[in-house]
Design a protein around this ligand. Structure first.
Ligand code: NAP
Length: 275
């Protein structure tokens, strides 16, 4: 039951009504026995920083932040965790006990935890990241921190160079050379939207090594052309649900200080995916 004591959390974005976060977090709060509730706040572009600054006024305990507010929200925080500071974006904002707003970026570590869960060993592994936007940058930094050898392939060289620079020794690859780079990789990550509309895979899966693992950060549709083709070839492959669940679990821990009920959160994410 929601009472006067219930703590409020939510997600700001535009659009945001399609978000899975309310299902994932409300299921997690219930499983953890926490008197919290989580809602979606549609916040128009340009108002992200003001929405974050309104948290103390409305006694909002924590917010997730999605497109297009991730950079604006970072600018409105009083302090940033190391990943958020390096990336210049936040996807979670929490109010500290002293009232300060702390921004965190959990996508990169969320990706690492999800991929490690599949048995991948990062240290010394060669990884090709396709794309150089927000997700790719978070993943490149997190992979670098785990000791992987990171290559970033993107259609705009400047963005590929900037994303690769987030990983020690990271290398930018021309988009036209992505298949050759991916053929040498132990892990290939799609962090572009290619496949969301069910179109082609972003690389030629036939050229990948038999031992390669493939992760598509896309989770809707659940089976992208990349995942379908990699699975058909007998490669280890997964979609972005694991990353989604683990970045949310890390945010839950920042918000509440409690361990995240991972299985409940995964179930809530998948249940929505099938809806
Ligand atoms: P973003 O910031 O817009 O970056 C997209 C990247 O893909 C950019 O480098 C963009 O290049 C490139 N790209 C787009 N269309 C392309 C095309 N047709 N050919 C080649 N490159 C193309 O988006 P984002 O937030 O990083 O999201 C990227 C993907 O990650 C989305 O599919 C999203 O669903 C997924 N994601 C998943 C999770 C999760 O938890 N599983 C979290 C975040 C994001 P330009 O800069 O040249 O346009």
């Amino acid at each position: 039951m929601i009472t006067g004591a219930t703590r409020l959390a939510g997600v700001i974005g535009d659009p945001v009504r399609h978000s899975r976060s309310p299902m994932i977090f409300n299921a997690a709060f219930a499983a953890a026995g926490l008197d919290w509730v989580y809602v979606a706040f549609p916040v128009a572009e340009g108002n992200g920083a003001d929405a974050v600054r309104a948290m103390p006024l409305l006694d909002i305990a924590a917010l997730n932040v999605t497109m297009p507010h991730k950079a604006a929200a970072a600018s409105a925080c009083d302090l940033l965790g190391p990943d958020a500071a390096a990336l210049g974006v936040v996807n979670a904002v929490v109010r500290e006990a002293d009232g300060r707003l702390r921004g965190e970026a959990t996508d990169g570590l969320g990706f690492v935890r999800a991929t490690r869960e599949l048995g991948f060993e990062f240290s010394g592994a060669s990884v090709v990241v396709l794309g150089a936007g927000g997700a790719a940058r978070a993943i490149a930094r997190a992979l670098g921190a785990e000791g992987a050898r990171v290559s970033v392939a993107a259609r705009r060289t400047d963005t590929a160079v900037a994303a690769a620079a987030l990983a020690p020794g990271g290398v930018a690859v021309d988009w036209s050379d992505r298949n050759a780079a991916a053929a040498e990789a132990q892990l290939v990550v799609n962090a572009t939207p290619i496949g969301m509309e069910g179109e082609v895979a972003p690389i030629d899966v036939a050229q990948l090594a038999q031992h390669a693992m493939v992760i598509d950060t896309i989770y809707h549709p659940e089976t992208t052309p990349l995942v379908a083709q990699a699975t058909a070839r007998g490669l280890r492959a997964a979609n972005g649900i694991g990353m989604l669940v683990h970045q949310a679990a890390l945010a839950f821990e920042h918000f509440t200080g409690h361990d995240a009920p991972l299985d409940v959160m995964r179930w809530a994410a998948l249940d929505r995916a099938e809806a």
